[in-house]
Design a protein around this ligand. Structure first.
Ligand SMILES: NC(=O)c1ccc[n+]([C@@H]2O[C@H](COP(=O)([O-])OP(=O)(O)OC[C@H]3O[C@@H](n4cnc5c(N)ncnc54)[C@H](O)[C@@H]3O)[C@@H](O)[C@H]2O)c1
Length: 370
C-alpha cells in the first residue's frame, strides 16, 4: 500500500498525522510512505527525519499518488481539486459541521473514514480521547492567557495568591477534556466546580482531584448558581449533533460577571453554549452581550509536537490494519472501526451527519456489501 501524509493548510494547524517513528513501522511493514514536503515541520519533524524513516518526500502529488491519504483536519475547499475520485481519506472530518465538504466526498465517491467516530468495545472514542486531553489542558491555558489584561481580559490571575480572592472556575462535563481542564485549574489553586450528569463519574473524578474542587450534579439550578460566581466557564460536554436545546442560553449571560470568560472546548455551533461558534487561533475571541468567548476548534495544534506524537501512535494500528487487509475487508471485519466510515462510493454512512444534514443514510455494512 502507498500511504500519503498531507501538510495541513487549515488556519494555524501545525499538527502532522504521522511522526517519523511511526512511519518507520509502516515502512518496516513493507509499505511505501509519501510525505508532502514540510508536512512535519510545524510540529518539529523535518523532511530529513521522514527520509531517515524510509519515506519519500513529494509535492502535491501526494493527494493522487497515495492509496490511503492521511490528514489531521477537515478537507479545505482549496484541496478539493487535488483529490482523485475514489480516493481513501483518513482524518478528523466533522462531516456534520462541513456540509460542503461532505457533498464533495459524496460527489467524488471518496471513501472517507473519520477518526472522531471510531469507537471501541467500551463505547469510548480512542482517536478522540488523546486530543480531548490536549483540548482540556489547552483550554485552561487559553483561559490563563485571555484573562490577562494585555489580552483584553479581566486582569485576574487564575491562581491562589494569599491576600486576594481566589478565582472561580466552572467546568461542565467530567469526561476526558473536563478532567484535563480540572487537573490544571485545580493545580493552579483555583476554586473549581466540576459538573456532570452522572454521579458515578463525579465520584470517580473526586478520587483524583484535590479538595479545591467541588463536584456537582449538572442541573439548571447548580449551573446557574455557578454561572453567577464564575470567572471562567469551561464547557467540555460533547453535545449531540441533532440536539436543539442548550445548557447555557444567551439570556443566562446576563447573570455572569461582566468580565467573565467562556472557554468552549466542545465548540459545537449553538450547542451546549447557545452563543458558541468556532473560532481560530488567529482570531480566537469574540463577545456576545459583553461576555468574551473562546471557541478554537483545533486547540491541540497549539501543542503540535506533543499532540502529533499522540495522534500518530493512536491512528497507527488502524492504518496498519487497512494497509494489510485493504479498506473494505478491514472495515467489514471490525464494527468499531466501521463506525468511522463517513462516505463510501457516494453513500453517506454516518447516521448523525445524515440526520443533521437531512440526507439519506446508508448503513455502513450495507454500503460495503453493495
Ligand atoms: N476544541 C478542540 O480543539 C477539541 C479537541 C478535542 C475534542 N474536542 C471536543 O471536546 C468535547 C468533549 O470531549 P470529551 O472527550 O471530553 O468527551 P467525554 O465524552 O469524555 O465527556 C463528556 C462528559 O460530559 C458529560 N455530560 C453530558 N451531558 C452533560 C450535561 N448536560 N451536563 C454536564 N455534563 C454532561 C458526560 O457524562 C461526560 O462525562 C467534544 O465535543 C469534542 O469534540 C474539542
Amino acid at each position: 500500500m502507498i500511504i500519503g501524509i498531507a501538510k495541513e493548510i487549515k488556519n494555524n494547524e501545525y499538527r502532522v498525522c504521522l511522526v517519523p517513528a511511526d512511519v518507520q513501522t509502516l515502512t518496516a511493514d513493507g509499505h511505501q510512505v509519501l510525505v508532502e514536503q514540510g508536512a512535519g515541520v510545524g510540529s518539529g519533524f523535518s523532511d530529513d527525519a521522514y527520509k531517515a524513516a524510509g519515506a519519500t518526500i513529494v509535492g502535491k502529488e501526494v493527494y493522487t499518488d497515495s492509496d490511503i491519504f492521511c490528514k489531521v483536519k477537515e478537507i479545505e475547499p482549496e484541496e478539493y481539486p487535488l483529490f482523485r475520485p475514489g480516493q481513501i481519506v483518513f482524518s478528523y472530518l466533522h462531516s456534520n459541521a462541513h456540509p460542503e465538504m461532505t457533498q464533495f466526498l459524496l460527489d467524488n465517491e471518496i471513501t472517507a473514514i473519520c477518526y472522531e467516530d471510531i469507537d471501541d468495545k467500551e463505547g469510548k472514542f480512542p482517536l478522540l480521547i488523546p486530543m480531548s486531553i490536549f483540548a482540556g489542558k489547552g483550554g485552561f491555558i487559553a483561559a490563563l492567557q485571555y484573562s490577562q489584561t494585555i489580552y483584553g481580559g479581566s486582569g485576574k490571575i487564575l491562581s491562589n495568591i494569599p491576600g486576594i480572592e481566589t478565582p472561580h472556575i466552572t467546568i461542565i462535563g467530567a469526561g476526558y477534556s473536563g478532567m484535563a481542564a480540572a487537573e490544571m485549574a485545580s493545580a493552579f489553586g483555583n476554586q473549581v466546580s466540576l459538573l456532570d450528569l452522572d454521579v458515578k463519574i463525579l465520584q470517580k473524578a473526586k478520587q483524583s482531584l484535590p479538595p479545591n474542587v467541588e463536584f456537582l450534579l449538572s442541573n439548571r439550578t447548580n449551573l446557574l448558581k455557578c454561572l453567577k460566581k464564575t470567572d471562567v466557564l469551561i464547557n467540555c460536554v460533547l453535545w449531540p449533533k441533532t440536539r436543539k436545546d442548550h445548557l447555557v442560553y444567551r439570556s443566562d449571560l446576563s447573570l455572569m460577571k461582566p468580565d467573565a470568560l467562556i472557554v468552549d472546548v466542545s465548540c459545537d455551533e449553538a450547542g451546549a453554549i447557545e452563543t458558541s461558534k468556532s473560532t481560530t487561533h488567529d482570531d480566537s475571541i469574540y463577545s456576545v452581550d459583553g461576555i468574551r468567548h473562546y471557541a478554537v476548534d483545533n486547540i491541540p495544534s497549539a501543542f503540535a509536537g506533543s499532540s502529533s506524537e499522540l495522534l500518530s501512535m493512536s491512528i497507527l494500528p488502524y492504518l496498519r490494519k487497512v494497509a494489510k487487509l485493504g479498506v473494505k475487508e478491514a472495515l467489514q471485519a471490525d464494527p468499531h472501526f466501521r463506525r468511522g466510515l463517513t462516505t463510501y462510493k457516494g453513500k453517506l454512512t454516518l447516521k448523525e451527519t445524515a440526520e443533521k444534514l437531512g440526507k439519506p443514510f446508508t448503513d455502513p455494512l450495507d454500503a460495503l456489501n453493495m
